[in-house]
Design a protein around this ligand. Structure first.
Ligand code: PRP
Length: 208
């Protein structure tokens, strides 16, 4: 039996993914150790888990060096290209929103509005559907600062608890889409390792 490789998003999704695996009866003890190791060989399953950044989950799966990946739908919408998205894992639930400073009249301006975002593709698709021309400014993080400093009129960003928006005096003015963690599979690997992959998928699915 081949050992399957799964790229797992470090940080926000990591803990919930490990909890889900354990609920499905998969021994994740190597991942529970306090270590900086990035590749973990599971003792009871033919699975190796690699801890990587969200965008890199997609890169590794698309290039076929990992068979599977666990990554947020937000990253898939922004960076995904070709793989199978096979399960909605439910955790990591948040939403994409358009948000402005409280009281801002976003649509009353006599110029194209400026949008700051970590997700230019998601923002572009949203405003294209709305039939609006906008200037999109790519920001790498702490996007909520951009409207406060006047760099942008609004942001397109993910909201989980709403605390960051609230504590920075912003409010959501439109919901764009819901996102959560997804299990993705490399297209060739799905053909070659179908039985083994589907056994793993069924194991996870049974405890969702
Ligand atoms: C994300 C997102 C918001 C925040 C939302 O940022 O971009 O800023 O979390 O979470 P909340 O609704 O629970 O407050 P992240 O923490 O990933 O950091 P970043 O802004 O540096 O990318």
């Amino acid at each position: 039996m081949n050992r399957l490789k799964i790229a797992l998003t470090k940080g926000r999704l990591e803990k919930s993914a490990i909890e889900l695996f354990e609920k499905a009866g998969i021994d994740c003890s190597p991942l529970r150790e306090d270590t900086r190791r990035l590749i973990h060989t599971l003792p009871t399953e033919p699975l190796d888990i690699l801890l990587v950044k969200a965008q890199d989950v997609i890169t590794y799966v698309e290039h076929g060096v990992c068979d599977l990946g666990i990554v947020g739908k937000d990253t898939i919408l922004e960076h995904g290209n070709s793989f199978f998205e096979i399960l909605d894992l439910g955790f990591g639930a948040c939403r994409f929103v358009l948000a402005t400073k409280k009281g801002e009249d976003l649509y009353g301006k006599y110029r194209d509005i400026r949008i700051a975002t970590k997700y230019p593709k998601v923002a572009k698709n949203y405003f294209e559907k709305m039939g609006m021309n906008v200037d999109i400014i790519k920001i790498e993080g702490s996007v909520e600062i951009a409207p406060l400093l006047g760099l942008a009129d609004a942001v397109v960003d993910i909201v989980e608890t709403g605390t960051t928006l609230k504590e920075n005096g912003l409010q959501a003015v439109d919901d764009i889409s819901r996102v959560s963690a997804r299990l993705i599979v490399n297209i060739a690997s799905m053909k070659i390792n179908r039985t083994q992959i589907m056994e793993f998928v069924d194991k996870l699915d049974s405890v969702l």
